[in-house]
Design a protein around this ligand. Sequence first.
Ligand SMILES: Cc1ncc(C[n+]2csc(CCOP(=O)(O)OP(=O)(O)O)c2C)c(N)n1
Ligand SMILES: [Mg+2]
Length: 657
Amino acid sequence: MNNYIDDECITALRVIGAEMITKAKSGHPGIVLGAAPILHTLFTRHINLDSNDEKWFDRDRFVLSAGHGSALLYLMLHFSGYDIPMKELANFRQKDSLTPGHPEYGHTSGVEMTTGPLGQGIATSVGLAIAEAHLAAKFNKQHCEIINHNTYVLCGDGDLQEGISMEAMSLAGHLRLNKLIVLYDSNDIQLDGSVSLASSDSIKNKVKAMNWNYLRVEDGNDVEEIDEAIKQAKLSDRPTLIEIKTEIGYGAPTSGESSVHGKPLTEEELAILKDNLNSRQMAFTVSKEVSDYFHSSIVVRGNQANSNWNFLMSEYAKRYKEDYELLNQYMFNDIRLDDYEGLPEFPVGSSVSTRVVMGKVLDWLSSKLPNLMGGSADLTPSTMVKGAGGIFSKVNPTGRNIKFGVREHAMAAITNGITLHGSLRGFCAGFFVFSDYMKPAIRLAAIMHLPSLFFFSHDSVCVGEDGPTHQPVEQLAMFRSMPDIHVFRPADAKEMASALLLSMDVKDNPTVIVSSRQNLEVLDCTDFDGVSKGAYIAFEPKGTPGALFVTCGSELALCIQVAKRLESEDIFVRVVSMPSMDLFESQSEEYKNKILPRRITKRMAVEMGSSMCWYKYASKVHGIDEFGKSMPLKYIPEAYGFTEEVIYNEFLDVVKN
Ligand SMILES: Cc1ncc(C[n+]2csc(CCOP(=O)(O)OP(=O)(O)O)c2C)c(N)n1
Ligand SMILES: [Mg+2]
């Protein structure tokens, strides 16, 4: 039996949640009605947040992995004192409302992460928990634990069916991230019908096999039982999944059926719901005792927790001055590169792959920037990318090198979680072709404006022998067509170092940098300023250019070679290096016209990859619009026509036409 006030609060959440969805004529009442007691218990008894200090560093993090339950999250945040007035709840899913269809980070106060694509929330939360464990190990002192918070997740059946969740949970169990607590709304129903139509695994056995602590709550309406399980979870030395048996659409005439998952209740059904739950409130209102209870148990309690923390911080500041100053730099994102001493240099004329450059420069950056944390997906010797300070683990939580294993999708989401936590900069690396496995998480980073860093090696068909499965062709087009992300494909060591340095200063977008497997000559014409503008003139002929090449990456040297040959025949051709299309697009019209003058209409683009993104800049494109073929590297340029002879002849055609 629940306390009277708990029941009153839960009913209020259920009724207003259903009203929001019915009014919007769209939304997901099933989870809102079923899981209301779970979030009620978590928020009123456990979670520490402070709506007066939204970014309080040591707050607990809550991620609604089942993003379709947004109405319930907005309600909880409203009652937690965040700036979401009741009229915005009534405006659910409407144009320009504070309450969009799925939770959006940066749009609605209190929302910790954009969710909706199932599985992303759980995986990103693993990154949040890694960040907490790392920072706690780095800064906490005996009796002065200034970093000490939990990461809570609410997920549904669908979240746990997604592969990304299993990848991420496997790593979380391995790392013994015991501050991570997943509340599983286990209602045996999903969109299409019964879960048993698609799954017959035992979640209990699965998570236990992944080194998780498993707890079960038989009655998802029982606040005390849920409360007790969360208490137990907090004591565990492993991450915990609490399976909470609920009834989807509880209280509605369609409860227990899959139709209530995503179908708003009709006005009649809403009336029946209110009757079933004994609710007498007017639409979008709550009794004073309900709002008072939420206020005292969430707002006041959270406020107090934050004050206690501030007191602890003042003690910390007195006793550990240096650490305190460093922690402040972390918290306020004030860790910057002050000097370039020791930055690896690569002499002009030497030959080095840009992946080797990436590894060396990144190692140097990690030595300068203590908040860089990340690693590779079991490809460190290939990508050359690793974090500093040893491997992050339960015994070495100050390590900043994460061994992600072959778990690319989770790796990208975990990287987002590390960055999202607020003081660390997450990065990760893999083969460029397998960015396909990471795209959904990278897309979320872009939507959230998170400055996560995604580094890739093996940027083109020049991978060679591994063949079409390992030869990227269309991946650059994928990222270049994505909004709110920076993409670099540098031409040599200098351009690569520039791209890496530039990425460190990016605050509000993810960055993708791709490197070559093969050695590339360090050119005399490449430079930092040029890369910072996205494109620049890498070769200018001695006479006024009447035509131009636009290119990037390993093809820059080839284009310059052809341009020089043409110059010797008095055909004057400019070569534009364009390592970043998006940065170039953000330049002034004046700059763009200076580099790619409108008067020069004879243009050819050259890149070992899908041609489609280049037609914006050139009428003729020499690209690769077919899958690769397995063969040694030395045969590849010829096989795809990336030779001086072919490009020269094609360019002559462009000039003549
Ligand atoms: C990656 C992804 N695939 C599909 C969907 C669409 N979708 C949203 S909720 C849902 C059903 C999930 O079932 P469950 O988690 O059990 O939610 P419940 O019906 O219990 O609310 C589906 C298929 C999605 N949001 N994300
Ligand atoms: Mg379900």
